[in-house]
Design a protein around this ligand. Structure first.
Ligand SMILES: [Zn+2]
Length: 110
């Protein structure tokens, strides 16, 4: 691995990129949580998908899919966090809409 890269659960990343992201993400408050899938707002053509949090939407363009948002990704290393019995895959730290894997949180935020 080159000297300017750092190894995280989701792969190798440039130190400079991770440092910049950590600085931004430190502005949020993070809470440990077990991941639970949530409803998704999906465009009728299937091209757009976002977590649904109760906001108004245009029913001629979107529909709510119950439990349709199945996972998120770590904001640093892109590790997939979803429902799982393995705590490495099924838990993380959330700051509202964003998630961090426990590996990144323990390395950079604790
Ligand atoms: Zn991570």
């Amino acid at each position: 691995m080159p000297d300017n890269e750092i190894e995280l659960w989701g792969g190798s990343f440039l130190h400079t990129r991770i440092k910049l992201l950590v600085t931004r993400l430190q502005e949020q408050t993070w809470e440990w949580a077990t991941y639970r899938r949530c409803d998704a707002l999906v465009s009728l053509d299937g091209r757009q998908l976002t977590p649904y949090t109760g906001e108004p939407f245009e029913p001629s363009e979107f529909q709510v899919v119950e439990h349709g948002w199945t996972h998120d990704h770590c904001g640093l290393c892109n590790w997939s966090i979803g429902e799982s019995d393995d705590p490495r895959d099924g838990t993380g730290y959330t700051g509202g809409k964003r998630w961090l894997c426990t590996g990144c949180f323990e390395r950079f935020f604790s």
